[in-house]
Design a protein around this ligand. Structure first.
Ligand code: SF4
Ligand code: SF4
Length: 280
């Protein structure tokens, strides 16, 4: 029975998450205006940094060619994507390279800046068929007013948690082992491993590996990424090789404490104190 369960798990992870429902995230900014503890992009400790839009266009073109303009979903997020002054360009470029009839594009935000966004922002969301997705946090934000504003542009808001937008009251810890002595095979059970990240010409298998530079810089550590930890889009690849890379553990996985039952450490949501213990 356990054997059958394991087979089912691997089939699901490879074929559903990677091959047939392949989606990738783009971090428009490294930093964020909310600063949740245990953030898996290390945004509370990241220096302000913005994805260069010209570079993004080149990266996105490469992926569009490789994927024949078709993928399950592209998630424009951060850090906090609404902090990027050229956000509208990112939405337009992504839609130009991945048309509506093949690909969902989602803009995932904490919503703090939504009420101050321009007409152009809202019109672009509507015209380019971008799904606006909100994560609600236990903060003082008028979610009703945001919904009303979206409604004036005939836009439906989706929610990251629950159909009507449940407040996220929990923090989920990604437990790092600074010594890098974990068995990388445990990464087959890692939930983060189903979220690929496009960043400056490289495709990473997860947010932790993609953003570890923020952790290293802030805490003066050296959790090392090597070439085998990402796909460099400057090289020629076959798409099946990419799916296989994303499915299998990579050397960096030795830094992650992953339990085989998929359990993670969960605690009440709070602001970050920028303490290394939030991630180790
Ligand atoms: S909203 Fe919270 S979890 Fe999301 S990027 Fe910002 S700090 Fe991280
Ligand atoms: S590096 Fe590997 S084990 Fe760690 S979060 Fe990413 S996929 Fe999971």
């Amino acid at each position: 029975m356990n054997f059958l369960k394991t087979i089912r798990f691997h089939i699901k992870k490879y074929f559903i998450f990677k091959k047939f429902k392949f989606h990738f995230c783009v971090y428009l900014t490294e930093h964020c205006n909310l600063n949740c503890q245990m953030c898996n992009t290390f945004s509370p400790i990241a220096e302000p940094a913005y994805y260069n839009v010209e570079h993004y266009e080149i990266d996105c073109e490469k992926l569009s060619k490789l994927l024949k303009k078709r993928t399950h979903k592209i998630i424009l997020m951060g850090g906090e994507p609404l902090l990027h002054p050229e956000l509208v360009k990112f939405m337009k470029i992504t839609r130009k390279l991945f048309p509506s009839y093949t690909t969902k594009i989602e803009l995932l935000t904490n919503g703090i800046l939504l009420l101050s966004m321009s007409d152009e922002f809202w019109q672009t969301i509507k015209k380019y068929n971008i799904e606006l997705t909100l994560t609600k946090y236990p903060i003082d934000l008028d979610y009703k007013k945001i919904e009303q504003k979206a409604c004036t542009y005939n836009i439906d808001i989706s929610y990251h948690k629950g159909f009507i937008g449940e407040i996220e009251r929990k923090s989920y810890k990604y437990n790092l082992d600074e010594t890098g002595s974990q068995d990388i095979k445990n990464a087959y059970y890692c939930k983060s491993g189903s979220v690929s990240v496009l960043k400056y010409g490289k495709l990473y298998k997860c947010p932790i590996c993609a953003s570890i530079n923020n952790f290293n810089q802030y805490f003066n550590k050296n959790l090392e990424r090597v070439d085998a930890d990402y796909i460099d889009l400057a090289n020629k690849h076959k798409i099946n090789d990419i799916f296989m890379f994303l499915y299998k553990p990579s050397p960096f996985c030795r830094y992650c404490i992953v339990k085989k039952n998929g359990e993670t450490i969960v605690t009440d949501w709070d602001f970050s104190k920028k303490d290394i213990k939030e991630w180790t």
